[in-house]
Design a protein around this ligand. Structure first.
Ligand code: NAD
Ligand code: AKB
Length: 323
């Protein structure tokens, strides 16, 4: 295997993982990246790198993958998102929290140098202020997913303080990308709507028209993870999870942004249980500390993202699948 040090991405077959792996391969080279997922079929979406089927609960197999490839960094992305977590809250806790602890323990035991684990705006809720939600504020999540993320943040800080494991984390907002359809989340509409527009199909949104949420375009999300992981240790002042913002919009606003390119596109609204989840989350977050600590600086606003999404989806039309 040589003495090359490699990066393991766990849960790489999902919305964030597929894009992150593409960028890691572009930056560090094909041989430097080992993608893994519980679902072996996800390997077909992760070409040009190593692929290993891996369930986070199989810790001996995780350790053997780490040993085999001399893994020095882990990006742990395996999760059950917010809406699916409300269907089975115990499964959400097991995957999102117990799974995190298994990854942290294995990383510690195998002397992995750095771990990246995404948290979410879902940690906020209850009495948290809605606008420009601060880094240090009330954490009263309403969902099983948010409870696991909030506890997970504290465990990350604990592993850093107690064992010196260099765990780094971001509280991502809703992520929007053209590479892969999301599922199981509350912010998924903001991807689905683009797929409907390019297929010239009307869209029925499960959130109310004026539900503003923090959102981020995938290139910014991937860039944030890489920037955080490459920052020197001394710049990392937050060992729970950093607020990172980019834009905030409602379904009606993204609809109007899309309509500039598809004037006949139509939207209707039929809110379901995900509206309650969205209502508990902030409208926007204050990410001053991320900007100061490691120079966080997102590039995409709503209109710039819309143009790029529509361009990619129209060009890759054959790959976009309506659900
Ligand atoms: P996703 O659901 O698209 O992907 C998760 C992947 O994990 C899937 O490919 C799934 O097969 C895999 N997985 C599930 N259980 C597993 C297990 N036991 N072992 C190994 N793999 C398993 O999720 P995503 O949108 O890519 O999110 C990645 C991370 O980013 C998660 O931690 C999520 O909470 C966080 N996040 C995502 C968003 C977003 O908008 N997508 C926002 C905030 C935070
Ligand atoms: C979800 O909607 O569950 C995710 C998230 C914001 O964590 N997109």
């Amino acid at each position: 295997m040589g003495d090359k040090q490699r990066i393991l991405v766990i849960g790489a077959g999902g919305q964030l993982g597929q894009e992150l792996v593409r960028t890691l391969v572009a930056v560090f080279g094909e041989d430097a990246v080992v993608a893994s997922d519980i679902n072996p079929e996800k390997g077909m979406y992760l070409p040009n790198c190593h692929f290993e089927p891996l369930n986070i609960f199989a810790t001996e197999r995780m350790a053997s993958v780490i040993r085999k490839y001399r893994i020095k960094q882990i990006y742990h992305l395996a999760a059950i998102l917010s809406a699916d977590g409300e269907v089975d809250p115990h499964a959400s806790w097991q995957v999102n929290l117990d799974g995190l602890l298994l990854v942290l323990d294995t990383a510690k035991r195998m002397h992995v140098e750095k771990v990246f684990w995404p948290s979410s705006i879902a940690v906020f809720g209850g009495n948290t202020e809605k606008k420009d939600t601060r880094q240090h504020t009330v954490i009263q999540p309403n969902t099983a997913y948010g409870i696991a993320k909030a506890a997970g943040e504290l465990w990350c800080r604990y592993y850093h303080k107690r064992y010196g494991l260099d765990v780094r984390s971001l509280r991502y907002p809703g992520l929007i990308g053209h590479g892969c359809l999301p599922s199981g989340g509350t912010t998924d509409y903001a991807v689905d709507i683009f797929h409907h527009a390019v297929r010239e199909k009307d869209y029925v949104c499960y959130l109310n028209r004026d539900t503003h949420l923090p959102m981020m375009y995938m290139p910014d999300a991937v860039n944030a993870a890489l920037k955080l992981m490459q920052a020197p240790q001394r710049s990392i002042s937050i060992r729970t999870s950093y607020n990172v913002g980019a834009m905030s919009f409602s379904p009606e606003e993204v609809y109007h942004s899309i309509k500039r390119f598809y004037p006949n596109f139509k939207i209707g609204y039929r809110p379901d249980g995900r509206q309650e989840i969205a209502k508990s989350w902030p409208l926007s977050v204050d990410d001053t500390i991320a900007r100061e600590d490691w120079d966080w600086n997102p590039k995409y606003d709503l209109d710039f993202m819309t143009e790029d999404m529509l361009d990619h989806l129209a060009r890759n039309g054959k790959r976009s699948v309506l659900v």
